[in-house]
Write a protein that binds this ligand. Structure first.
Ligand code: FAD
Length: 389
């Protein structure tokens, strides 16, 4: 067993650490506090910045502009992106990951040629439309339908909480083409472009955190797309979405880790500067033990993430449950660490001038997005129970 990163992985880590510190971190507060219209501009700029150092092409095929780096290197780079600006991680990940990964895995040559070069260069932005107003955790309960009409499909329904909806050029929409096929079967994924007739994007939600990553509803009103918009096979959309979410969960764990590490660094620095009763607060055991707990939790999170990434990379049968474990632990650790980091800052942690205020708001999403903590526990419990039949 070897816990060291390879030379390539280490070099990717160094490159991203330097780049994100210089290019993303100084803009994170501005992005968080920007108006809805400003966010649309700023986040696209950040996505382009990430494209310029090859982040959006990691793991994608070279002929579309990608680079063949393993999933571990992608998570190592992702931690640096998330640490600098969690909103940028989320929007970039929704485009090159939640949209780009199923396209890579299930798309036709023609579809990949049409969208992947743009997604990788940051000229196109993608989004992933599974969740609906009455179907989040219970994704098979989606109500959106797709009906074949000659050479086209007509989609009706709505999607909610869609990351990038207001800036995306194309959205992967999951819809039932056969309601009778049983839960989860009979769903098809469609590549729906923003100018498709009947494709309507709502206003951005006013959110607690991740305010620099736009989230909105999508309405499909007799939305008409050509047959060539079907991703892979008709009826395979639910399975495609679940496979995509396995990657997404490792990604969500990574954004939580980035937030947690940023909190730990902020708390550590502040505790050295702030003096009470004549000495720096880090001399008090109450403070230094909190820093110790932060270190343990971030380290465990990172190990779980890298193990899940490695398992996915080698197609280990345990990879899905390991992704759930990493996502569950890292997200809950991040909310605890953010709370501790804010506490270390005292009253100053409660005001917007200090990044820990934003990090505290951002941290909570990790326990909700890409399957809530409760759903991860359900999945992990199912896996462990199946071993003792
Ligand atoms: C900022 C943001 C960005 C998002 N981006 C996207 C995106 O790009 N694309 C997309 O498709 N979706 C996206 N989502 C949606 C997200 O995946 C869902 O919000 C999430 O899966 C939870 O679904 P829900 O909100 O409907 O909650 P519900 O499913 O209604 O759950 C409510 C509560 O009940 C609990 N619960 C539900 N079922 C069970 C059960 N069986 N056992 C125990 N507890 C249960 C949940 O854990 C939760 O605590 C995003 C959400 C947010 C907030």
């Amino acid at each position: 067993m070897n816990f060291s990163l390879s030379d390539d992985q280490r070099s990717i880590q160094d490159t991203f650490k330097n780049f994100c510190k210089k290019e993303l971190a100084p803009r994170a507060t501005m992005l968080d506090q920007a108006s809805e219209d400003e966010v649309k501009v700023l986040i696209k700029e950040n996505i382009k910045k990430l494209a310029s150092i090859g982040y959006l092409g990691m793991g994608h095929e070279e002929r579309y502009g990608g680079t063949s780096v393993d999933l571990i290197a992608q998570m190592v780079a992702g931690e640096e992106v998330a640490k600098a600006c969690a909103s940028t991680f989320l929007s970039a990940g929704a485009s090159s990951g939640l949209f780009g990964v199923p396209l890579k895995l299930f798309g036709s040559e023609e579809q990949k040629e049409k969208f992947l070069p743009g997604i990788i260069s940051g000229d196109l932005i993608g989004s992933f439309g599974l969740t609906e107003p009455e179907a989040g955790s219970d994704a098979a309960a989606i109500k959106t339908t797709a009906v074949k009409n000659g050479g086209t499909w007509v989609i009706n329904g709505s999607k909610t909480f869609i990351t990038n909806a207001t800036i995306a050029d194309v959205c992967l929409i999951m819809a039932y083409n056969d309601k009778e096929a049983g839960p989860g079967s009979g769903v098809t994924a469609f590549l729906v472009e923003k100018d498709a007739p009947g494709f309507i994007v709502g206003k951005s939600f006013d959110k607690l955190g991740f305010r620099g990553s736009p989230t909105a509803e999508i309405f499909l009103e007799d939305c008409t797309v050509p047959e060539s918009a079907v991703l892979g096979e008709v009826g395979r959309g639910f399975i495609q979405a679940m496979q995509t979410l396995e990657y997404g969960r490792i990604g969500m764990a990574t954004v939580s880790l980035g937030i947690a590490v940023a909190c730990m660094e902020q708390a550590n620095a502040y505790s050295k500067e702030r003096k009470t009763f004549g000495k720096p607060i880090n001399r008090y055991q109450e403070i230094s033990f909190q820093l110790a707990d932060m270190m343990i939790m971030t380290d465990i999170s990172r190990m779980l993430i890298l193990k899940a990434a490695w398992a996915k990379q080698i197609q280990d049968p345990e990879s899905a449950v390991l992704a759930s474990c990493a996502k569950l632990f890292a997200s809950e650790a991040a909310t605890k660490i953010a709370s501790m980091a804010l506490q270390v800052h005292g009253g100053y942690g409660y005001i917007k001038e200090f990044p820990v205020e934003r990090l505290y708001r951002d941290a909570k999403l990790g326990e909700i997005g890409e399957g809530t903590s409760e759903i991860q526990r359900v999945l992990i419990a199912k896996s462990i129970l199946s071993r003792f039949k």
